[in-house]
Design a protein around this ligand. Structure first.
Ligand code: ZN
Length: 153
């Protein structure tokens, strides 16, 4: 029977934040090396707040430019990315896919996400109840982590 892979439950270090990340490693060495990053871990909401939609921030637009690759081997290929940062020849999201090679250099891919709140804000229950449920799950994960640490002592 194969040994279970090592795991870690890491909590966001932003004061007051209760978001957690579950990590699975191939081995103990990888787990040990990653443990250094736990002290500075920030959840997505705190690491990249300008990219997170919320009831207050309902629209976010991102622009990627089609440009040639930056290394000599791929200078004849097209990549989407911020100006000067060619990253990917293929970009996708819900409802769209875009191959950079199908468009001329200089093409701008503008991606907009917009949230429309329901007319009745209490439809489906108040968001606070969903957040409380997510935090109960996060708390259970942290308890499991602490119990694992106790077993390891
Ligand atoms: Zn956070």
């Amino acid at each position: 029977m194969p040994r279970p892979r090592p795991t870690a439950i890491v909590q966001c270090t932003e004061p007051g934040c209760r978001e957690v990340s579950m990590r699975v490693y191939d081995n103990r060495t990888e787990q040990r090396e990653d443990s250094k990053s736990h002290k500075s871990y920030k959840c997505l909401k705190h690491a990249r707040p300008s990219e997170v939609l919320s009831p207050e921030r309902r629209t976010i637009t991102t622009e990627l430019v089609n440009q040639p690759g930056s290394m000599s081997l791929i200078k004849d290929k097209c990549f989407w990315g911020e100006p000067g940062l060619p990253r990917s020849g293929f970009v996708y999201g819900p409802g769209f896919k875009a191959f950079a090679g199908d468009f001329p250099i200089g093409t701008v891919l503008r991606i907009t996400a917009t949230v429309e709140l329901p007319a009745d804000p209490n439809m489906g229950g108040p968001p606070a109840e969903f957040a409380a449920c997510a935090y109960r799950f996060a708390d259970a994960m942290l308890l499991a982590r602490d119990a694992q640490r106790e077993e390891g002592k």
